[in-house]
Design a protein around this ligand. Structure first.
Ligand code: NQM
Length: 368
């Protein structure tokens, strides 16, 4: 016997996973997590018995509902389903999966299109982060095809613009949680920063690498990975994150001068595997470090002039442009960020969960 749970399987940016209505999942968090682990096939290195793609970028889920907060359309809970461990981590945000939330909500009738373009205000409940997402909705339906191209995804799709309203200190409670723009950890200069994602920036050259290695080269570099992890474990408590041994944050980012002449080049560990591109809020955070005087990105990043800076964050499969709005009175202060993503509905249906995991009934205590 199995329990059928409605779900839409969607790509959001350079990530992918099943999206669920909050009301279709158990309301009791521990049971909900067991259901999500069964849906994805975790723990198992190949996630062979579920929907997961055996990679951190394809082992993600979204839970969406109408927002309880006035003026906000949707609540989004992002879950990183660990592959080798029976655990769902709700600590960080995911700006990639966020791109699929509006399309999901339109598909499932949680919201209505408002014309050729629809702006939805979404609350990412993981860190209480608000954003406005602008979707193409000609004829009242979500449009997936279009001319927008993002590196890391083949072809083109309809653009989805995301304007973040309040990202500083998302998980660490402040933009610079160590109170310094630069620290030395394990003998290496780092910048510990959180403008939507806790990230530790390190100059690749300080670790004896170019920063232009491929993802596979870096994933095979066990000596480098051990060094990065040692720094990460020390950075965690300094960033108000406590013991991060079992957490997926902070992400670790090796930086080097931009290959194209403008922006910054990155290789991001999330936190143990090298990302094939770069996370959305990871990129916003790295771009923010680039405008801070004294950060390890100073002298590495090449930035355009002006109060609105488009920072090209280069990564292993291309680049990601982040628009930062700076306070004209304080050019060290980033007041907003915006970027472009795309998304697509890949499959709609039901995911089947062994009824020994969940029989489909809400617990009597919580349902009452
Ligand atoms: O930083 C990967 C991704 C992410 C997270 C990661 C993300 C973000 O590419 O907002 O999108 O950092 O684990 O999906």
């Amino acid at each position: 016997m199995q329990t059928a749970i409605p779900c839409l399987f969607m790509r959001g940016g350079t990530s992918r996973g099943p999206f669920f209505l909050e009301s279709d999942l158990p309301s009791e968090p521990a049971l909900r997590d067991r259901v999500l682990l069964a849906a994805m096939g975790s723990p198992d290195a190949r996630q062979i018995d579920g929907l997961g793609g055996a990679d951190p970028l394809t082992s993600k889920i979204g839970i969406v509902g109408r927002s309880k907060r006035p003026g906000v359309d949707l609540d989004f809970l992002f879950g990183q389903v660990l592959i080798d461990e029976a655990r769902v981590d709700y600590t960080p945000n995911c700006g990639n999966m966020l791109a699929a939330v509006g399309p999901f909500a339109l598909e499932r009738g949680l919201v209505k299109a408002k014309g050729d373009e629809t702006t939805l205000r979404i609350l990412t409940v993981n860190t209480d982060m608000l954003c406005d997402v602008i979707l193409q909705t000609p004829g009242g339906r979500i449009r997936y095809d279009g001319d927008a191209r993002i590196d890391g995804v083949p072809g083109t799709s309809a653009p989805i613009k995301i304007n973040f309203l309040d990202t500083a200190g998302s998980v660490c409670k402040s933009l610079l949680p160590t109170k310094n723009v630069r620290d030395v950890i394990g003998g290496v200069a780092v910048t510990c920063i959180d403008n939507g994602m806790p990230v530790v920036l390190i100059k690749a050259s300080d670790l004896g690498r170019t920063g232009y290695e491929t993802k596979d080269q870096l994933n095979a570099d066990t000596e480098l990975k051990a060094r990065i992890e040692a720094i990460r474990l020390k950075a965690g408590p300094l960033m108000n994150l406590g013991d991060v041994t079992k957490m997926v944050v902070p992400k670790m980012c090796l930086i080097s001068p931009p290959k194209s002449g403008s922006g910054i080049s990155t290789r991001t560990f999330i936190p143990h595997d090298c990302h094939s591109a770069v996370g959305v809020l990871g990129a916003v955070t790295v771009a923010t470090a680039c405008v801070l005087k004294g950060s390890v990105a100073e002298g590495v990043a090449v930035l355009p002039a002006g109060d609105t800076k488009v920072v090209s964050v280069e990564h292993p499969t291309g680049e990601f442009s982040v628009e930062l709005g700076l306070d004209p009175a304080d050019p060290q202060s980033v007041t907003r960020s915006a970027l472009l993503r795309t998304a697509r509905l890949i499959m709609r249906g039901e995911v089947l969960i062994p009824s020994a995991v969940w029989d489909g009934k809400q617990s009597a205590r919580l349902a009452a």
